[in-house]
Design a protein around this ligand. Sequence first.
Ligand SMILES: [Fe+2]
Length: 227
Amino acid sequence: MEICNRESRLYASCHEKIHREETFRQGKVSTLRELIDALHDAFKTDHVDIDHVQDLMASYKSNPLEWKKYAKFDRYRYTRNLVDEGNGRFNLMVLCWGEGHGSAIHDHANAHCVMKVLQGELCETRYAWPSVSEGSDDTKELEELERNTLRLNDICYINDSLGLHRVENPSTMNPAVSLHLYSPPFETCSVFNKQTGRKTSCKVTFWSKYGEKRNREIQNTRDPEDN
Ligand SMILES: [Fe+2]
């Protein structure tokens, strides 16, 4: 009887696993844990199907109980909080935007970026790459391409071929939280001056990792503007 029970448990867990993998393949997940597992699965091979990754990010419905341990705010600036390092193939992080907080205009270091709103609303403004050549003394204001409002559970995708962007929480009343996936992970990107089009290199850092309490040492050395 005991063996039979064990076998039926094994069968059930195997069946569950197959069912879970099938729903992952269809781009459906229902919890943050499932999303992370499905992302690991999606990045197992060298060829990444970024449409599938976007489907997975879109299918997760924000549940604050699942992500609140990562949502660590700073009163002065938005924060980046690492959730998962994706076996070195991607970084998944929760960004916390206080009222009026925003990023600099930045690029994405040749990486894919998929972001999703978990709480509140965010405004994304896209810009064309500077038209003045690097090293030249000329300056030219960056050309704005479009503005998008991202609401709860919306996702957006950008990479360097689509231009640059700035993300901000336009609300003076409500904080916002977003989930970001970057692949491959990067440690530096470029930030751009809107008026001159000039770029500077910027190191990206984490305010917290894996829900552990924030790292003041890192935070205090953070560059004045990063993404
Ligand atoms: Fe970005």
